[in-house]
Design a protein. Structure first.
Length: 297
């Protein structure tokens, strides 16, 4: 029997997510469409591909073989797509970019506006996402992220060192004594990380340096912590570029000498010579470097 890629795509989505609802979301179809397509595929081959369990859909032996075949086909299709895109010399087309919420809020959007003014044929699609996306699967063409790329198929460069500091609202400091040393933070309301938040170097530093601090507010992202600090909920450890030039916030204790993180701009190695990717990485990457340096002085 010959399988259409579209059928295999449905099987792969269910295999990856383990349930129809998440698979439907991944493929931008509704739940009933997923249900009908799976039943039709199983009927056409005369075999069950998934066991329907209370906990989700578990692939049968036949289903697992199809999932593995679909993964191989997807890998080849993505490699071909990257290869063809990598030969593109036009300064036009779609460019998918991902960055953290803090960078998107404070720095990147104005730089993208300037980039679009110079290159109106390039349509930038920005995904603000704190997770590390899969560049090999073309979840993004360019990523600006806080970690040095460990994957061998990525190409990029460090564009900034990120410096950190404690910040609080003026009215909070008017109500409470201003801490003069790091250990004095234990007597203050601190803004920390929610239990389900991803681990960050800043969060680990906070727990290590102020282990008995009172956390009056917790959130799973820096933008929420920044907003909480502005609202007077406590003292927050933030990237300096995020809090800089904000008249509502006051730096406390100065720059944290023992906490410096990095910012990298990366792409898949096969896309590095694509005109729109190369131009964005040069123009916007250099712009981010300048803005971070200016705001961190």
């Amino acid at each position: 029997m010959t399988f259409a890629w579209d059928d295999l795509r449905f099987v792969l989505a269910i295999g990856r997510s383990g349930n129809l609802a998440a698979a439907a979301t991944a493929l931008s179809v509704n739940h009933s469409t997923m249900f009908r397509r799976l039943n039709a595929i199983e009927a056409s081959i005369g075999a069950k591909l998934f066991e329907r369990l209370a906990t989700g859909y578990r692939p049968t032996e036949a289903g697992q073989r199809l999932i593995e075949a679909a993964e191989r086909m997807e890998t080849e299709a993505l490699a071909l797509d990257r290869d063809l895109t990598g030969r593109d010399t036009r300064l036009s087309g779609q460019l998918r970019v991902t960055c953290s919420e803090t960078l998107g809020l404070k720095v990147l959007t104005p730089l993208i506006r300037s980039f679009r003014d110079r290159h109106p044929g390039i349509v930038v699609e920005l995904s603000v996402d704190n997770r590390q996306v899969d560049m090999a699967r073309r979840e993004a063409d360019v990523a600006i992220r806080a970690t040095r790329p460990a994957e061998g198929d990525l190409f990029g460069r460090k564009i900034a060192d990120i410096h950190w500091g404690f910040f609080a609202a003026r009215d909070y400091l008017a109500r409470r004594s201003r801490p003069k040393i790091l250990s004095a933070l234990g007597g203050h309301d601190l803004i920390g990380w929610a239990d389900n938040a991803p681990q960050t170097k800043a969060g680990a530093f906070l727990q290590r340096q102020v282990p008995r601090a009172t956390f009056g507010f917790r959130a799973n992202g820096f933008v929420s912590q920044y907003a909480a600090a502005r609202a007077g909920l406590g003292i927050a450890l933030l990237p300096i570029y995020l809090a800089a030039e904000d008249g509502e916030l006051v730096p406390v204790l100065g720059r944290v000498a023992d906490l410096v993180t990095e910012m990298w701009i990366v792409t898949h190695r096969s896309l590095k010579d694509t005109a729109r990717v190369r131009t964005f990485m040069d123009d916007v990457g250099n712009g981010v470097k300048r803005e971070i340096a200016r705001l961190s002085r």
